[in-house]
Design a binder for this molecule. Sequence first.
Ligand SMILES: Cc1cc2nc3c(=O)[nH]c(=O)nc-3n(C[C@H](O)[C@H](O)[C@H](O)COP(=O)(O)O)c2cc1C
Length: 199
Amino acid sequence: MSIFEVIAKRRSCRRFTPEPVDKNDLYVMVQAARLAPQAANIQPVRYTIVHQQRFLEPMFSCTKWAGYLKDYTPPVGYRPTGYIVVLLDDSLKGKFSDADVGAAVENMLLVATEKGLGTCWLGAVDRDKIRKMLGIPEGLTIHSVVAVGHPAPDQYPVWEEKDSDSIKYYLDENGKVRVPKRRMGEVLIPITPDLSDFE
Ligand SMILES: Cc1cc2nc3c(=O)[nH]c(=O)nc-3n(C[C@H](O)[C@H](O)[C@H](O)COP(=O)(O)O)c2cc1C
């Protein structure tokens, strides 16, 4: 797959198989994250890899899924088998930290997609509970969590051109999540005069 194909394939996956995720794949995701562009190259983002069986259910209980869908939280047997907790070093945090996290996490998601893994980036997480459970020290802010696993067959979401007013993902008649993406004509703002006006 080309990079563009990986980008187009990546969707937020909310149904996984019970097959454990290889902890080396989680490690490679972090390797990709740390090479992302970072404002002033300060690199304030930190990561914790969670793959141990005993942490999987407690981690899951700290997450919220699919706000636009009714009852689409992954049921038992379809839950993530790994997590990467995304942290910010408070002493390095600045006005572009959110952008730094965005670049780093997208790298992780793309590498995972290339490996055939499913991911869901989760902002709706119980930070206090995660901090206590994993013993995350003060001085590190819990930004978000990336859930990882092997995608359940036939349930991987697809994107489509948005053709109504709604940007909400929804379930189609086969129970597959469909994700409307704004059309090129909506996101590409024409500049006037353009270069051809000077020719
Ligand atoms: C910062 C951020 C936080 C998110 N938090 C959640 C979340 O808590 N739970 C969830 O199910 N999805 C979450 N998502 C996934 C979005 O719902 C998803 O990216 C969006 O609907 C577009 O779908 P796509 O990722 O398949 O393109 C989050 C995405 C981002 C970028």
